[in-house]
Design a protein around this ligand. Structure first.
Ligand SMILES: Nc1ncnc2c1ncn2[C@@H]1O[C@H](COP(=O)(O)OP(=O)(O)OP(=O)(O)O)[C@@H](O)[C@H]1O
Length: 232
């Protein structure tokens, strides 16, 4: 489903005339199978977000390849990648990134609206998802009227509403207390089991990574495969 091969990337940092070349990804190779939950662990600054940004097509690597559902993606032009992204990926962020002026229902419906899906179909889909993530009673709440865990559930429902085969999650429980974190991780696990959605979760937290079928650790730009702790 996702095949990353020999990915290299370096950032150029510092003032003009005194630039430094800072390698961040040094030959990362990794495969994530369809229906798998993969966790990429690593300390702050280890390159996790850079790796996720390359997979999501938000930045081009210096070299190496990424195949998603058989398509080589690093060579795609921006407009083509935007279409590809919409069809293949949903995103979950640490800070939820909900639209403050839209209700939970409207936030979840937004990607469908952008895709031009008719109102009746949108409503059916959103109602089903609200139920799936346990938010049917707060559908008309605005984000500031929801707890952190509820906001993350809205953002998970929004990520899933277009049925993307892959969800890329950047520290999905980073803003939540440990009890709420456990609830959200359980939701991810059950959605993965029910729908077969592939999840790539980047995290610095071993407990979050424990939800994954496979764990990889980024260390100094290189990837080490972790133990396989959990198998469906
Ligand atoms: N656009 C950029 N320009 C220059 N350096 C960058 C850029 N983006 C990231 N870096 C550097 O690359 C390294 C890896 O950053 P990255 O954000 O991928 O790490 P991370 O593992 O996701 O960290 P965190 O857990 O703190 O989010 C860091 O040293 C960072 O300062």
């Amino acid at each position: 489903m996702i095949a990353i091969t020999d990915l290299h990337h370096a950032f150029t940092i510092g003032k003009k005339g005194a630039e430094r070349h800072m390698p961040v990804l040094k030959g990362v190779t990794l495969t994530v199978g369809q229906g798998e939950i993969a966790a990429i662990l690593g300390k702050s600054g280890s390159g996790k977000s850079t790796l996720l940004n390359v997979v999501a097509g938000f930045m081009k690597p210096d070299s190496g390849s990424v195949h998603v559902a058989g398509q080589e993606t690093t060579g795609l032009k921006e407009a083509a990648y935007a279409r590809f992204r919409l069809a293949h990926f949903g995103f979950i962020y640490q800070n939820f990134q909900l639209m403050p002026g839209l209700t939970a229902f409207e936030n979840i419906a937004l990607p469908l609206k952008i895709k031009g899906i008719a109102k009746e179909e949108r409503e059916l889909k959103v109602l089903r998802l609200l139920q799936e993530v346990g938010l049917q009673d707060v559908a008309d709440h605005y984000p500031n009227e929801l707890s952190g865990g509820q906001q993350q559930r809205v953002s998970i429902a929004r990520a899933l509403v277009t049925d993307p085969p892959i969800i890329l999650a950047d520290e999905p429980t980073g803003s939540l207390d440990s009890e709420t974190e456990a609830d959200v991780l359980e939701l991810i696990r059950s959605l993965n089991e029910t729908w077969g959605t592939t999840f790539v979760i980047i995290t610095h937290d071993d407990e979050v990574a424990a939800v994954a079928h496979r764990q990889y650790r980024l260390h100094d730009g290189e990837l080490m495969k972790g133990e396989k702790r959990y198998v469906i």
